[in-house]
Design a protein around this ligand. Sequence first.
Ligand code: PEP
Ligand code: MN
Length: 355
Amino acid sequence: MELELKPITLQGVDPTKPMIIAGPCSAETEEQVMCTAQELANKGIKIFRAGIWKPRTKPGGFEGIGAEGLQWMQQVKKETGMYVATEVATAKHVEAALEAGIDLLWVGARTSANPFAVQELADSLKGIDVPVLVKNPVNPDLELWIGAMERLNQAGITRLGAIHRGFSSYDKKIYRNLPQWHIPIELRRRIPTLPIMCDPSHIGGKRELIAPLCQQAMDLGFDGLIVESHCNPDKAWSDASQQVTPAVLDYILNLLVIRKEKQTTENLHELRSQIDECDNNLIEVLAKRMRVAREIGTYKKEHSMQILQTGRYNEILDKRGAQGALCGMDADFIKKVFEAIHEESVRQQMEIINK
Ligand code: PEP
Ligand code: MN
């Protein structure tokens, strides 16, 4: 299904610059909301975010202040002139948020993973023209993410955008949620006119990662950023470790290098043809490797050997991982590449053995 999209233009927000949304993870108290909003507005931020209803992994955490916080959002609008944004997860949230004049809604990662919940939101938004940003589902499933946006689009929401907030994983090393950049990049390829924002706060899970993630998002051509900012981050009632003060956020944003989307220099053209040549060579070498693998397959068949020789496989992974690291590549990356190559070799040998 093709999405019918209109740009999310907000009066007074420069459409030629990345869209920046900032504010605390949660609205906690009137004072916290107002002081954070005021400081952000003083730094030139035009769109304020705060969670009013918080989906928490376990009961007992701060589940959001609820409808009471909507008045503070109205006050933010009135006193700072900023647009205000919040997360909605149910039809009731939508109704209350719109009634309070919330300018921009977002669908959280736990909600976008649930088609029933998204459909309920879509139904409640029928006939209403409000910008809606859809966070990627917690699991790395691009179709589910696109499906959520299709549901909203079918309900008539055309000012749509996506938010990349990373993907849950058991294997938490650096990031709270793995970026898996190839997924938003594929989303861009599939729906080129859809604005995609990056949420470095939920990807990183810690303050130090906000700046590099913001830069990476800009280098990858993202359309904007949604960053958690709190007037007293260490005392935040939710997501304390990933929030930054408005002053730190301003510092980070000022250091961002925004590169022009398309370089017209001959240089880049030349470099690109070099890449094409490398890719060509890669394919040729891979094809040659597969031919050899098939010959090995024939040998194994003639000698009734098993296809999978674990010792040899481990040797390849270890040796090439170490070699790759010496050449300045991530050993895990090399391991993945060789795992994929090996899988295809095994598939081709199976074909020969079962012939
Ligand atoms: C949030 O933005 O505070 C939030 C709950 O994010 P996510 O849905 O990405 O976990
Ligand atoms: Mn949060």
